[in-house]
Design a protein around this ligand. Structure first.
Ligand SMILES: *[C@@H]1O[C@H](CO)[C@@H](O)[C@H](O)[C@H]1NC(C)=O
Length: 435
């Protein structure tokens, strides 16, 4: 019963409703009835709470950022455990069992599907927050369900849930992709970055270090950690102590936190610095995605340029290449060395760039989209604001090439063609545009 429903396990309201009987309950009849009244009032309020926050019709795209940390998820019970076990069951001889956080996200969906396809056990976890249109996350979830991947609805900040998952399945690996993404949104809702990228990550690592056996962890860092670094291409050894956004700072913090858990507990940790990942089922908050939407709608798009009309360019990396990099990282991850929360020896600690090694100016991206959509974009050239975005990114991937066998093969033209085809299909020929 205890694990059936959890009212908010987020740090913002750590107090949990406990049903444990206290000795005061039976002192006198009067006290007992007061206690009963209080108890049922709490249950009543709790039910209202659950109804209000679970109801899909209750303003799903709320602008109140605090609402997101007040979500209720229900999990547990024999049927739920059976689904968890079945989804995580390894179906090939040397397969691995992977807990994928952020599984209903863009990269999470593709990685989960790829792992399942090759016979690995996969269990998804996602909190389905409304940072962007949750219906897209639900559609990805439906896709995963059809391929046999169960996506548990819950938060990485919920330690009880994570412990339960490890109790039900001895995961060999964790693919940690759950995060608060976006560079400019950090000015609107800074706490959500701390909540997901720092508190959530630490909570996950705490559970992983106590798990027996400890899993190996591969997780998503970001190319944004290079911040104001001007040396190109970006190599893993370059300085990453000048983040240009809170998002970048929380990802950089994640890398330092990873070092700590590796050092103290012997957790095997691999961080992947993704460079502008794009493709079908992508994130609507990314430029290539909303440029497509706005070009189809005939809306003006804002294209940033650097100082002195400098080119803003990105090392766009196609999703299938990223997936191969993720799988390569999982397959080459060594076992964690600790057990029972104690380190037994040195463990693997790695960080890799996963990029495409060919930055493309954002103006070229728009030209490719115009050709694919057979429409002219209304361009509005704007100065790049100093609120998080850097002028260019360019990955040196020689390390990932050597250690993970990573070799991107999709150029922007080819990748965008696949994206555009998906977009037009998904949004009904672009008529039902993404919100
Ligand atoms: C890329 O990084 C490797 C180290 O991983 C380094 O040896 C090489 O010189 C770098 N290449 C460039 C073009 O900076």
């Amino acid at each position: 019963m205890k694990q059936m429903s959890h009212l908010d396990d987020s740090p913002s309201t750590p107090g949990k409703f406990k049903m444990d009987k206290s000795p005061y309950f039976h002192r006198t009849r009067w006290q007992s009835s007061v206690a009963k009244l209080a108890f049922w009032s709490l249950v009543f309020v709790g039910l209202i709470f659950i109804f209000f926050y679970r109801s899909p019709s209750s303003n799903p795209v709320s602008s109140d950022p605090s609402r997101r940390s007040l979500r209720t998820y229900s999990w547990g019970g024999p049927a739920w455990e059976k689904r968890v076990r079945s989804s995580a069951r390894v179906r090939t001889r040397h397969g691995i069992s992977v807990l994928v956080t952020g599984a209903a996200g863009f990269v999470g969906t593709h990685v989960s599907a790829a792992l399942k396809r090759r016979g690995d056990g996969v269990l998804g976890l996602d909190n389905f927050n409304d940072y962007y249109d949750p219906s897209l996350k639900r559609a990805r979830q439906a896709l995963l369900e059809r391929s046999g991947v169960f996506v548990v609805e819950g938060d990485i900040n919920d330690a009880a849930l994570l412990r339960k998952l490890f109790e039900v399945v001895p995961f060999t690996h964790v693919m940690h992709l759950a995060a608060q993404a976006g560079v400019r949104y950090a000015m609107e809702n800074p706490s959500s970055y701390v909540h997901s990228n720092i508190a959530g990550f630490v909570n996950l690592l705490e559970v992983c270090k106590s798990a027996n056996p400890q899993p190996a962890i591969v997780w998503a860092s970001s190319s944004s950690v290079y911040g104001l670094n001007t040396k190109v291409p970006f190599s893993e050894k370059d300085r990453t102590d000048q983040p240009a956004s809170l998002y970048a700072a929380t990802k950089k913090a994640g890398e330092e936190i990873a070092h700590t858990y590796n050092h103290i507990y012997g957790l095997s940790l691999t961080g992947l610095r993704f460079f502008t990942v794009y493709g079908p089922w992508g994130r609507p908050d990314m430029a290539y995605f909303f440029f497509t939407r706005d070009i189809l709608k005939g809306k003006t798009i804002s294209i940033f340029e650097g100082a002195n009309h400098g080119t803003v360019a990105r090392d766009f990396t196609y999703i299938d290449d990223i997936v191969k990099g993720c799988l390569g990282a999982l397959d080459t991850a060594e076992k964690s060395t600790g057990s029972g929360g104690k380190k037994r020896g040195a463990a693997q600690l790695r960080v890799f760039n996963l990029g495409n090694t060919s930055p493309v100016p954002v103006t070229d991206l728009v030209t490719i989209l115009e050709r694919l959509l057979k429409l002219k974009a209304k361009r509005n050239i704007m100065k790049l604001p100093r609120n998080g975005d850097v002028q260019f990114t360019h990955a040196n991937i020689s390390s990932a090439q050597r250690e993970l066998g990573y070799k991107p093969t999709t150029d922007l033209q080819t990748g965008l063609k696949k994206f555009a085809r998906w977009y037009l299909g998904y949004y009904n020929g672009g008529k039902k545009a993404a919100s």
